[in-house]
Design a protein around this ligand. Structure first.
Ligand code: NAP
Length: 259
């Protein structure tokens, strides 16, 4: 299926020179596109995934494009991992101006057949992970009196999606959490927003049958599935200095699916 031909190419709306950006789930998909975009806008990017090997392709791509990238292996849902990474980054760069909580997983199944573990793991990675990084990096941003936090949600967290009770709950949780944190951190010049992708072509959606993808495409007013770059573009915009009066918002990047 030919997809995403209108997806954004290189180019930058925002100037992030001199800033440090921490991106979770930077090894592939949307997270890799965000890492590349923020680096192209001038940020030095710290990328997180479960293994360093998984981050190597992102590091190579960022460096090949003239950017700066450092990878850290961490499980986003483990407080000790988060502490280790944030302390190391703060020690090296003093400030962290940008945090993108992008790491996420699905473990789909209908409610009546959903195992406890599928619920726990999805909520741990998607929601608790977002909380842990916001708490740790939020403290660094408070000290620096500046910050841009973008949490990656999902249209499933806005409208729900059969087979994704755990995932939808975690992503709806990310919205409520982000709105509260936006209010708590606003007085220190820190904004917190959610970008909610629709159907984006990545490993996460690759597993779905072509028939389902074709059906989804029919429901998208812009008549194409999204590319990771579509999401990265909006994330970068919200990470820029100019969006200082936008906080607690949910921006859907979904081709109009939720209209
Ligand atoms: P993906 O291709 O499956 O990539 C997921 C990323 O998260 C990988 O970098 C993975 O790293 C990382 N990750 C997963 N569990 C982790 C953990 N415990 N600790 C650290 N890193 C972990 O997914 P994607 O499609 O790019 O999705 C990115 C985000 O967008 C997710 O939050 C997802 O829910 C959201 N989203 C995606 C879509 C879509 O259509 N694709 C739609 C709505 C929302 P490793 O596996 O290398 O460790």
């Amino acid at each position: 299926m030919a997809e995403a031909t209108d997806a954004p190419k290189a180019g930058c709306l925002v100037d992030l020179k001199g800033q440090t950006a921490l991106v979770t789930g930077a090894s592939r998909g949307i997270g890799r596109a965000i890492a590349l975009k923020l680096a192209a806008c001038g940020a030095r990017v710290v990328g997180v995934a479960r293994t360093l090997e998984a981050l190597e392709a992102t590091r190579e791509a960022v460096v090949a494009a003239g950017g700066e990238f450092e990878g850290f292996a961490a499980d986003v849902s483990r407080a000790e991992d988060v502490k280790r990474v944030v302390e190391a980054v703060e020690e090296k760069h003093q400030k962290i101006q940008i945090l993108v909580n992008n790491a996420g997983i699905t473990k789909d199944g209908l409610l009546l057949r959903m195992e406890d573990d599928a619920w726990d793991r999805v909520v741990d990675v998607n929601l608790k992970g977002t909380f842990l990084w916001c708490r740790a990096v939020g403290a660094v941003m408070m000290r620096g009196r500046y910050g841009r936090i973008v949490n990656v949600g999902s249209v499933s967290g806005i409208r729900g999606n059969p087979g994704q009770a755990n995932y939808s709950a975690s992503k709806a949780g990310v919205i409520g959490f982000s709105q509260t944190v936006a209010r708590e951190l606003a007085s220190r010049g820190i904004t917190v927003n959610v970008v909610a992708p629709g159907f984006i072509t990545t490993d996460m959606t690759d597993v779905l049958p072509e028939k389902i993808k074709a059906e989804v495409k029919e429901r998208v007013p812009l008549r194409r599935l999204g590319a990771p770059e579509d999401v990265a573009e909006v994330v970068a915009f919200l990470c820029g200095p100019a969006t200082s009066y936008v906080t607690g918002q949910v921006v859907a990047v979904d081709g109009g699916m939720t209209v």
